[in-house]
Design a protein around this ligand. Structure first.
Ligand code: GDP
Ligand code: IMO
Ligand code: MG
Length: 444
């Protein structure tokens, strides 16, 4: 019997349960010491994962957050869309800060490439969709990061117009593909109102071929690599980018990103069967945030929302945009935990809630017909019509950034956490009370 059928479920996943920026980078960094290989399986440079080590703050976009630990292997799996220019910038900026990036970084030859015309297309389409509002229509833009993510994944599905990392290593093949792609894309971009010279396949081939040469030593078949690691008994940590409610199939469509960013994306995005994953950490903020457009039932437009944004420094790691803030939506978190098969929760940024006189937890939605439901609605138009139903809990006034044990947190903070566990049915294993590694309470 092949060994993958008899292996224990040894590997671990970290996934965001809300609309992103839950603090996944911090938890991946924390769990890196217990694992050997850290793998990104989805998304691209739309992600921005922050790791704070003492006075140093690192923000990674494409490279797994485990890179700060030189003895770990970091893998960018086939499910990721890679912007080689951004990847090289990220490698250089880490090296400048003394972080080793060499053999410890591997990139799938089957990961798709984000080309410059993807980024132009992404921005141009967003502009066209937003401009409808000026003409009296509804703004239909998604509020993307403009990193070319959607157009790159679209080309992956189109197949004939896609470029993969392996193609960068063969300039003859790259030129052949780009010759067709450039003429098609030039026409499409013009139709979107982009005023630019025609795309030049030879120039693009030269530029991206050069990126390929610089990245060649990192590019390989990462599926066999990961299975070899598995067979050798090395433990793998999967690092989700974006988050479950942004999942292309299970999120608040169409206000989502273009990959399966829930835990369901792991097998397809790496080649590792889901049955080998034993632990799934669901990362959630103690409140909710969202960047970009789309429904957000518990959003706060008042002073409390403003206070959360300022105390939590809720401004995007990738784009700097202010994040929309609101109460914790447990209908959404429970749904994401179900989709991702979450085995324990990490409750992040609890410190941000200190000083609020009372806190609200959304446990149900009221539908337009007056009925109620405790089920999430992963459809933007229908979700926009719900009204949150809250439970109100007393807040706590004490700062908790120096807390070291759950049992020593203020009583009302403990009640808040207990209620989250009861409503979601999932234990909270990690509580985070500040951005630093030391500001972490591990409860098991
Ligand atoms: P990710 O995309 O899920 O990795 O999250 P981001 O890095 O985009 O955003 C999370 C932000 O919250 C970062 O600036 C972190 O340094 C910060 N952070 C993480 N955990 C905590 C916490 O418990 N308290 C506070 N105040 N900040 C935190
Ligand atoms: P991390 O990994 C927060 C959001 C964008 C936009 C939508 C589609 O840091 O949690 P895209 O550029 O992917 O086509 O944008 O998805 N989005 C994120 N929001 N954190 C992220 O990643 C995100 N990745 C995408 O704001 O609303
Ligand atoms: Mg982020």
């Amino acid at each position: 019997m092949p060994d993958y059928q008899t292996s224990p479920r040894t590997h671990t996943a970290v996934v965001g349960l809300q609309w992103g920026d839950e603090g996944k980078g911090k938890i991946v960094d924390l769990l890196t010491s217990r694992n050997d290989v850290i793998v990104r399986y989805n998304g691209g440079a739309n992600a921005g994962h922050t790791v704070v080590v003492g006075t140093e703050r690192y923000a990674v976009h494409l490279i797994p957050s485990g890179i700060l630990n030189a003895d770990k292997m970091c893998v960018i799996g086939n499910g990721v869309v890679v912007d080689p220019e951004k990847l090289l910038e990220e490698i250089d900026s880490l090296r400048v800060r003394g972080i080793e990036v060499g053999d410890n970084l591997r990139v799938s030859d089957r990961a798709h490439v984000v080309m410059p015309y993807h980024k132009v297309h992404d921005a141009a389409l967003e502009t066209v969709l937003a401009a409808r509002a000026e003409a009296g229509g509804r703004n239909l833009s998604i509020g993307t990061t403009r990193r070319g993510i959607g157009p790159a994944y679209a080309d992956k599905i189109h197949r004939s117009t896609a470029v993969r990392m392996g193609d960068l290593l063969d300039e003859g093949r790259l030129l052949e593909r780009l010759s067709v792609i450039c003429s098609l894309r030039t026409a499409e971009l013009a139709a979107l109102g982009v005023d630019a010279p025609p795309l030049d396949p030879a120039a693009l081939t030269a530029k991206y071929g050069a990126f390929g040469r610089r990245l060649a030593s990192h590019i390989e078949d990462t599926t066999y690599l990961l299975h070899d690691c598995h067979r050798a008994g090395r433990s793998i940590l999967f690092e989700g980018a974006n988050a479950c409610l942004l999942d292309i199939d299970h999120g608040t469509y169409p206000y989502v990103t273009s990959s399966n960013c829930s835990a369901l994306g792991i097998p397809a995005g790496t080649g590792i069967p889901g049955a080998l994953i034993g632990r799934v950490y669901g990362i959630m903020k103690a409140y909710s945030t969202r960047v970009g457009e789309g429904p957000f039932p518990t959003e706060l437009h008042d002073e409390t929302g403003h206070r959360i944004r300022e105390r939590g420094h809720e401004y995007g790691t990738t784009t700097g945009r202010p994040r929309r803030c609101g109460w914790l939506d447990l209908v959404a978190v429970r749904y994401s935990a179900m989709i991702c098969g979450v085995t324990s929760l990490a409750c992040m940024l609890l410190d941000v809630l200190s000083g609020l006189p009372e806190l609200r937890l959304c446990t149900k939605y009221r539908l337009p017909d007056g009925s109620t439901t405790d089920r999430f609605i992963p459809d933007a138009a229908r979700l926009a019509g719900v009204e949150p139903i809250y439970e109100t809990l007393p807040g706590w006034s004490e700062e908790i950034v120096d807390a070291t044990e759950r049992t020593r947190l203020p009583e009302n903070a403990r009640r808040y956490l207990d209620r989250i566990e009861t409503i979601t049915g999932v234990p909270i294993e990690i509580i985070s009370v500040g951005p630093e590694r030391t500001q972490t309470l591990v409860t098991t």
